[in-house]
Design a protein around this ligand. Structure first.
Ligand code: 9MR
Length: 498
């Protein structure tokens, strides 16, 4: 009956493997995974939020009031993410669209959702040149400070005690490091920043107060300006607790100076966070781009874990369909951890692995805690990254054998570590041809059952020495296409198949 038999697995291995799989991932569980609604399939292992929290950081997301009506988005948001940033609902144009008329309904709904799901909330944002009603930008200079103070006081008082942090001022710099010539700067000069921070602290003493900007992630003129401002504010005793780095990245362009840059801010006694992470790529996405995106997400995650005082990472959206990127950068997108069907992408696998999901011996407490202390120690000595994942270059080769019959197949895959570093814990992401559904596996957990699949090591085979190999396999049904799996990436790094 088999149409192709290249090699038969050693029977002893097969028996041991099947016994282990029965305890780890049953056919019933795999079938159930296949029936989960889109978006739930990625929740099979420990969630992003759980893994992040075990490392002492948070992993968050941004959702809007409209997303609350989408069960897939809310399901993923509450299960995978531990921090919620309202996408638009706490911005000035929503909260105070006309002078003195405050509308907190949309923001309140998001805070309630976060509280109901034990998520923290980042307030975003009190003072920003954009989504600013024209009544503010048209005020005479002499009235801007009063309007700003009233807006901050009323809004921060409303949410008093409910927020982890406020982005008090957002995007105040031009790319060359000069102040943006917005209504606040025109009326008050650069002193508006200190004034806004003091006003926010008076209204809500428990929220961490942040300045937040984009293109400040690496060492450059704009981040120099943020650094100089932060240093000056701290030396004056202005209440400033943290700096947000938005992290709207381009594929393959995570700044190499990210860690050094974050560390110069933590050396000021500030905490830091990646507040709006996404990694956009030219569409359509393909295996190579998605593997690169995995390396990029892993790199950012590893960097945050390695910087004491980096308290967390938030992605800007839950999945590609609710990302701002395609609407702003025509022809680009696929910027988040979840694809158009809310299935986890290689970047998801790379991120959970960076957070330690597949370490062979689960000992997350051995990593440094990035507890959100207001006084992180400004250490310049290199911190060990806690991830076992390879982070650069192709380090793996995958070969396979298929035995197929009219409605089913078994496929055995061998992963070879072609790099020079031992792999401690592995997740092999790959794509199954359409119509194939995994019914059981051996020597690995395999989930979800269709499409973009991830095989993860079991307790006894998580280590692959340089030059070493591990083998695992699975059985699947098919509807005519008994072709091999493809597009392999190991811990977020694309593998060769030659
Ligand atoms: O995602 C937000 C989008 O829905 C709004 O239309 C847009 C308006 O400026 O703001 C987006 O969020 C931005 C965030 O508030 C600040 N950093 C950049 C984000 C993406 O534009």
């Amino acid at each position: 009956m088999p149409v192709r038999t290249l090699r038969t697995p050693h029977p002893r291995n097969a028996r041991r493997a099947l016994g282990t799989v029965a305890a780890t991932v049953t056919a019933a569980a795999l079938a159930a995974a296949a029936l989960l609604p889109a978006g739930q399939a990625g929740a099979a292992g420990p969630s992003l939020r759980t893994l992040a929290e075990s490392k002492g950081i948070y992993f968050g997301t941004a959702i809007s009031q409209f997303d609350l009506g989408n069960a897939t988005i809310t399901g993923l948001a509450s299960s995978q993410f531990g921090m919620l940033t309202p996408t638009n609902e706490m911005k000035w144009d929503t909260v105070e669209s006309s002078p003195g008329n405050f509308n907190f309904g949309p923001g309140d709904r998001l805070v309630s959702f976060a509280q109901a799901n034990s998520m923290k909330t980042r307030g975003h944002t009190l003072v920003w040149h954009s989504q600013l009603p024209s009544w503010v930008s048209n005020l005479p200079n002499s009235q801007v400070q009063g309007a700003m103070r009233n807006h901050i006081t009323t809004t921060a008082t409303h949410y008093k005690g409910k927020l982890y942090a406020w982005d008090v001022v957002n995007e105040m710099f031009n790319e060359d490091g000069s102040f943006r010539n917005d209504a606040f700067y025109r009326a008050m000069g650069s002193g508006f920043v200190a004034d806004a921070l003091r006003t926010a602290r008076a209204a809500d003493p428990s929220a961490k107060l942040y300045l937040n900007d984009y293109n400040t992630e690496g060492l450059n003129a704009k981040s120099d300006a943020m650094y100089n401002l932060a240093k000056s504010l701290k030396s004056q005793g202005v209440p400033l607790d943290g700096i947000g780095f938005q992290g709207h990245f381009i594929l393959g362009q995570i700044p190499s100076s990210l860690k050094a840059n974050l560390e110069r801010f933590t050396a000021l006694g500030l905490e830091v966070a990646i507040t709006e992470l996404d990694v956009r790529m030219p569409l359509p996405a393909d295996g190579a781009k998605l593997a690169q995106q995995g390396r990029d997400f892993a790199s950012v995650t590893n960097t945050c874990l390695a910087v004491k005082g980096c308290v967390g990472i938030s992605q800007w959206a839950v999945g590609d369909p609710d990302s701002w990127v395609p609407g702003t950068f025509p022809g680009e997108g696929a910027a988040t951890l979840y694809d158009n069907n809310y299935q986890p992408k290689p970047a998801y696998t790379a991120t959970v692995n960076a957070l330690g999901a597949s370490t062979a011996s689960p000992s997350p407490s051995t990593s440094p805690s990035n507890s959100p202390s207001p006084s992180p120690s400004p250490s310049s000595s290199p911190s060990p990254t806690s991830s076992p994942s390879p982070t650069g270059g192709a380090t793996c080769k995958v070969t396979g054998e298929i035995n197929a019959w009219n409605t089913g197949l078994t496929e055995n895959l061998t992963i070879t570590n072609t790099g020079s570093t031992t792999v401690n814990g592995w997740a092999l992401a790959f794509t199954l041809p359409g119509g194939q559904t995994v019914t059981n596996g051996w020597n690995a957990t395999v989930s979800p059952a269709t499409g973009q699949v991830t095989a993860r090591n079991l307790s006894y085979n998580g280590t692959i020495a340089p030059g070493g190999s591990v083998s695992f396999g699975f059985q699947a049904t098919h509807s005519g296409n008994a072709g091999p799996a493809g597009q392999f990436s190991l811990n977020g790094v694309a593998c060769s198949t030659a």
